[in-house]
Design a protein around this ligand. Sequence first.
Ligand code: PMP
Ligand code: GLN
Length: 387
Amino acid sequence: MKPGNTVLSSFGTTVFQRVNSLAAEHGALNLGQGAPDEDGPPDVVEAAVRALQEGGDANQYPPLLGLSELRRAIARHDARFYGLDLDLDGEVLVTSGATEALASCFLGLIEPGDEVVLIEPLYDSYLPMVLRSGGVPKPVRMEPPGWDLPREALAAAFSERTKLIVLNSPHNPAGKVFDADELAFVAGLLERFDAYAVCDEVYEHLVFDGAEHTPLMTLPGMRDRCVRIGSAGKTFSVTGWKIGYAVGCPRLMTAVVKAHQFLLFTVAPNLQKAVAYGLGKDDASFRALADRMQAKRDRLAAGLGGIGLEVLSSRGTYFLTVDFRPLGFTGDDEAFCRHITVEAGVAAVPVSAFYQEGDVDHFARFCFCKHDDVLDGAVERLARHFG
Ligand code: PMP
Ligand code: GLN
């Protein structure tokens, strides 16, 4: 039999699916995949239901770029929070989650042989889709516990052949929110090497302790060099909806839209209507979600710290990273995550899954976007297990 595509088939099943399966098999409390166990804001959910029942254009193919009411809502959202001025007829695209926005960026922008700078730890879809698009990855590493941006290595990774960098801020799994100085450094490299940035900003509204998320796109000279990606899944705690968006200048978006047109053409209109409604909600409701998540982060951090795990700082996202060596566990992170799932009934994600190789092998990622009793239950189970 002839093989399928060798680039994609060289990757195994995604870590999130593996962790979910093992958790289900062992009845573990699942703090692995970043999926909230709440239903999202009732008014946003009702807007989706209403749209379905009203029918009409809510049940048929929407336009290629997405419903104009959602594109308008995205443009207004980006104006309100970031001062961006976006043209909804050429600079805004609705996608099936951030995942498809990323894939469309890679397929639409990368020419075979183009170099693509990737910052590890990296989200699982970047590398396979960059490779499938013909890109040549140039990885640089941020490492726990500090997750510092390695500026020298980053500068060295750029060359005349660099087409783009993928920048994820707030960062999964590091919980790092890139600061003004780091963003300016990246912006300088993009200008120097005439390169672009695909900015994965799905956790834009999940920032804590007064941290501010600044899109790279808002820095001087960056408006036409960045595609900014968001996800309603994170912003409204409805990860299964898979409504995302990408915004950027017409020259970049024309290429991205070409890929989207042949991958999907368009995405569920009733959900688009609901997200349009949700993006119009007041600032306080966006802040309220972050405050709730910050309280959950603190709750889980206190619990895991109380058991003796070394909890690293997290200023954004759904995730906390811990160093488990203080517990006396001597295996690697894969072994630790399997061990706590099977023996203690708590699932987490090994941080090495976000690296291609190397020795970051004693950190685990715990997700805190869960009901308080689930977080408390997980801490209790770990406490009981580790004595
Ligand atoms: N990027 C990052 C950094 C993520 O953590 C996720 C996780 N969901 C995604 C992209 C994908 O987002 P979506 O579910 O909207 O496709
Ligand atoms: N973004 C989620 C995480 O990091 C997972 C999404 C997925 O399963 N593809 O946990």
